[in-house]
Design a protein around this ligand. Structure first.
Ligand code: PMP
Length: 506
């Protein structure tokens, strides 16, 4: 029985000395709406790790083991081949500990992962998709050899499995009251989770059946076909490998740690999962359980739900959910999740009068008195315009202003930007005075306003149009400036998507 479901368990309430102390101790949660009554299905939500995935555990373990053995020296660069989650985990561990990190990653893994790693300060070196997982691994090895970097070797590093024995397995046993669940379901990428958890369950909960889920089109382990290696001991692409959507699962080879688990007899059953079922269950977990996870999580849970159909009545099944769904927005998981309102949302919008797109905009305010400004501000505007070949008056966080700045930057044209709302112009209301004077000079109250060679071009739209109709070429030439016309062919593309002309009113 679950205890005290009506009270919040005391979890992570301590003060932590660093982000690294928040790795692990992830929640185990019962599914209440998508699982049938016959068996209880639980999920272990690894998205609760600070980097959003199970691989934070390995990242911390690899770095700390290497520090302890002396394989990693202070300040030495760390390098690793990863489908993304290991890189994100390593990036946060390296950021917290002060190591530079270089990650090699096949170009076909989701862009969110690249950006996350770069955001966390790592360098991401892409490898061609055609070279598959083995290709990105070879590149990481080559870089480590050439530069004397520390290679984390997630596919064979014993610290990977050890961490899961020390943490993941213990958390499972504790949560299930010392005795494990009746079934434990996992997929495998490196096999670290599988090897590390399975050996503890075998020793301390021998009745737990260990179930390995594989993509239905990639039964590498189930096939029993041994992994071939070349003369350097490097795995070659496995004959059963096919592309599949469960990023992080089943790379194109069986890693050493996964082989170890097979050799130790750690696997009781296999459960093949179709890609479309993985996606469907990940969506069900989100919309019917409020559990937001990635595709391999959907796949593992799909295997657990399948098992639940035939498991002994009352059986308790635990599925690993390796990561969060947030890094899959550019993948098939989010297919059909639009940005614009769908018919149903439009219908809701139309059900009340306010805030609609399909009614006329409110009438403009009554004509205002002619704008005025101080002579000092007018003089300053004239001086600024005269002092630089290209001047743009902008607001710091205005999207039109950004777009014009990006356009000139891409074209390679140096501009003098005056941020009228910057903190530096707040004193004595200078920014507002300048804005009023600009309004008089430009004959328009809108921002940005652009001047080239002392002449007024206009606002964002007039500037974009001037690039398109060639007028800007002449103006810049007259001011002694040239630019990269290849970058300015579609100036409107520098606007955010929601502002682009074809979308307005569409
Ligand atoms: N799912 C995802 C999303 C992953 O990133 C990984 C790690 N590659 C796994 C599953 C598999 O975990 P392990 O490497 O421990 O086998």
């Amino acid at each position: 029985m679950l205890k005290e479901l009506d009270t919040l368990p005391p979890r992570r309430t301590d003060l932590h000395g660093s982000i690294l102390e928040t790795i692990g101790n992830t929640p185990i949660v019962r599914l209440n709406r998508i699982a049938q009554d016959r068996a209880e299905v639980f999920v272990k939500i690894e998205a609760a790790n600070p980097g959003g995935s199970i691989k934070d555990r390995f990242a911390l373990a690899a770095i700390e083991a290497a520090e302890a053995s002396g394989a990693l020296k202070p300040g030495q660069t760390v390098v690793e081949a990863t489908s993304g989650n290991t890189g994100i985990g390593l990036a946060l561990v390296c950021a917290a500990k002060g190591y530079p990190l270089v990650v090699t990653m096949a170009e076909n893994f989701s862009v969110e992962r690249r950006k996350l790693m770069r955001f966390l300060g790592a360098k991401v070196v892409l490898t061609p998709a055609a070279l598959k997982g083995t290709g990105m691994l070879a590149k990481a090895e080559e870089l480590a050899r050439a530069h004397g970097w520390f290679l984390a070797r997630q596919f064979e590093n014993e610290a990977n499995a050890d961490m899961h024995s020390r943490t993941t397995a213990r958390e499972i046993l504790d949560a299930f009251g010392g005795k494990g669940p009746d079934f434990w379901v996992t997929g495998f990428g490196t096999g670290g989770t599988l090897k590390g958890v399975a050996r503890v369950l075998r020793a301390e909960s021998p009745a737990t059946r260990i179930v390995v889920a594989e993509p239905d089109n990639v039964p590498m382990l189930q096939s029993g076909i041994a992994q071939e290696r070349d003369s350097d001991g490097r795995a070659v692409s496995h004959p059963m490998f096919r592309p599949h959507p469960m990023q992080g699962w089943s790379p194109d080879f069986v890693a050493k740690l996964a082989e170890d688990a097979v050799a130790a007899g750690a696997i009781d059953m296999f459960e093949p999962v179709a890609g479309k079922d993985a996606l469907a269950v990940a969506r069900d977990l989100a919309t019917r359980e409020g559990i937001f996870c990635g595709i391999s999580s959907g796949a593992t849970c799909a295997a657990a739900l399948k098992l639940a159909e035939t498991a002994p009545r009352g059986a308790r099944i635990l599925a690993m959910l390796p990561d969060t769904g947030e890094r899959y927005m550019s993948t098939p998981l989010f297919e059909g999740i639009g940005e614009a309102m769908n018919d149903e949302e439009m219908e809701i919008s139309r059900s009340t009068p306010g805030g609609r797109f399909d009614t006329a905009a409110p009438a403009p305010a009554a004509a205002q008195a002619a704008p005025t400004c101080t002579p000092e501000a007018a003089g300053m505007i004239d001086e600024i315009v005269a002092a630089h070949p290209v001047v743009m008056f902008v607001l710091e966080w205005c999207e039109f202003s950004w777009s014009v700045r990006k356009l000139f930057a891409a074209a390679g044209v140096p501009c003098h930007a005056v941020e009228l709302d910057a903190a530096a112009l707040q004193k004595d209301n200078l920014g507002s005075d300048l804005r009023a004077a600009l309004g008089v000079k430009a004959g328009a109250p809108t921002i940005p306003q652009i001047f080239v060679g002392g002449q007024h071009v206009g606002g964002a739209t007039e500037t974009f149009d001037a690039f398109m109709n060639g007028a800007m070429t002449d103006r810049l030439a007259a001011a002694g400036l040239s630019f990269d016309a290849g970058k300015t062919a579609d100036p409107y593309s520098y606007l955010p998507g929601w502002m682009q002309p074809r979308k307005i009113g569409g």
